[in-house]
Design a binder for this molecule. Structure first.
Ligand SMILES: [Zn+2]
Ligand SMILES: [Zn+2]
Length: 418
């Protein structure tokens, strides 16, 4: 079996890995990099592929898949609601990226026609290769993919979280013997604070601001994080109004159709019923004058409906802006956090509102990753991807030094035989 890395090599973004087994060539993810400009993985022609396995909907894993449907009709496997989320995100991506993208809406539709939904732990045969999707605990529908061919077993973790959240159970870590593992390394160098402590602090600081007649804006990624925040508030019986806006609403609607993808669908439904949906500019103007919580994309304040709320919320020291997502350096969210400044209509404004960051991560931390890798035997090869260069390299050298396993932080285009 051969494994070739086309993206997410010593960086976070544009995940793409090829596995060649027997006569087949399969692709795990084909995402985009969205830091400052949009960048793509190493090219592969659709005629060289037999099938695509999608780990989850985030654009850094899914964003370039429609490209293959310009000329070929490949089967695309994933666990719902991955496909519906992917469609929602790519539709928005097409809208904001316009002619920079090498495909159009019609290609996204062709992709959607070739989706094959599978269930977790339901091994199936793909042209002589055994494929098994395991829960990744990262966002609803997210998967780790286990593949068996040529007498070898290889795991691709995708993005995974070994800790429970309010919406999802922890990743399924029962892999059995592996010949190779391709692991994400996003937080290979740091541990996260205890989730229950983060929740408590978030709810108590939110309550304090709302009780002082302030508004708390929570800029959050529309798919996954927005629903998690609403569910956290519901779990703590937060008694003040919670509004939701933008893409978070469409994602919530999709998720309601897939209660089985949630850890506690009753709690989620309670959160949805409690949440007030913003449907118009009038609603928006009213909400921002109400002592309440407003959950609105985008998580790093690069766009979305949060921008409108920011214009109002920043002015008053009674208000709060609570960031709940990772902030890529250089994004408006990271500048806000460091300098308490935000660009409004082309001018940099001082932010009077209370700015705080809460670590509601959906990735495992250093101890999680190290503990999982420690369980493999000496024949397992480890490949570290989907992390900053220093994290991928450090994790690979920790694995070879501490565990004595063969480990690599691959570079784009590198190929290995398992
Ligand atoms: Zn992800
Ligand atoms: Zn990712």
């Amino acid at each position: 079996m051969n494994v070739k890395f086309l993206g997410a090599c010593r960086e976070v973004g544009r995940s793409a890995v090829i596995v060649e087994a027997g006569e087949n060539c399969c692709l795990f993810d084909y995402g985009v990099m969205m830091n400052h400009s949009v960048r793509f993985p190493v090219h592969i022609s659709p005629k060289d592929l037999d099938g695509i396995f999608l780990s989850h909907a985030h654009l850094d894993h899914s964003g370039l898949i429609p490209l293959f449907y310009l000329s070929k009709r490949l089967p695309l496997y994933g666990v719902e609601p991955t496909f519906e989320f992917t469609k929602l995100l790519i539709k928005d991506f097409i809208k904001i990226s316009g002619y920079f993208l090498p495909y159009e809406y019609i290609d996204l539709e062709a992709m959607m026609d070739h989706c094959i939904p599978v269930n977790y732990r339901n091994e199936f045969d793909f042209k002589g290769i055994k494929v098994n999707f395991l829960n990744a605990g990262h966002i609803p529908g997210s998967s780790q993919i286990l593949i068996e061919g040529d007498g070898k077993r290889v795991l691709y973790t995708g993005d995974f979280n070994a800790n429970e959240t309010r919406t999802l159970g922890s990743a399924d870590l029962d892999y059995g013997d592996l010949d190779a593992v391709i692991t994400e390394s996003t937080y290979a160098a740091e541990d996260h604070p205890k989730r229950s402590d983060v929740e408590k602090e978030f709810v108590s600081n939110t309550t304090e601001i709302v009780e002082n007649d302030g508004t708390v804006l929570v800029p959050a990624f529309g798919v996954g994080r927005s629903q998690e925040i609403a569910t956290v508030l519901a779990a703590h019986n937060f008694k003040y109004p919670v509004f939701m806006d933008g893409m978070a609403l469409s994602a919530t609607e999709i998720l309601r159709n897939y209660p089985k993808s949630l850890k506690d669908s009753d709690l989620f439904e309670k959160a949805v019923k409690k949440t007030r949906w913003i449907n118009s500019w009038n609603d928006r103007r009213k909400a921002v004058k109400t002592p309440c919580v407003i959950i609105s994309p985008a998580g790093m304040l690069k766009g979305g409906t949060a921008i409108f709320y920011m214009q109002e919320v920043v002015k008053n020291r009674n208000n709060g802006i609570f960031l709940v997502s990772f902030q890529i350096p250089g994004t408006p969210g990271s500048i806000l956090l460091e300098k308490r400044k935000f660009m409004i209509q082309g001018r940099s404004r001082n932010v009077e509102a209370n700015v705080q960051k809460f670590d509601f991560t959906s990735h495992g931390g250093r101890s999680n990753i190290q503990e999982i890798l420690s369980k493999f035997d000496s024949k397992t090869k480890v490949f570290t991807i989907h992390g900053e260069e220093v994290n991928c390299v450090k994790l690979a050298s920790w694995v070879s030094k501490e565990l004595g396993l063969e480990a690599h932080a691959p570079k784009p285009g590198e190929k290995f035989t398992i």
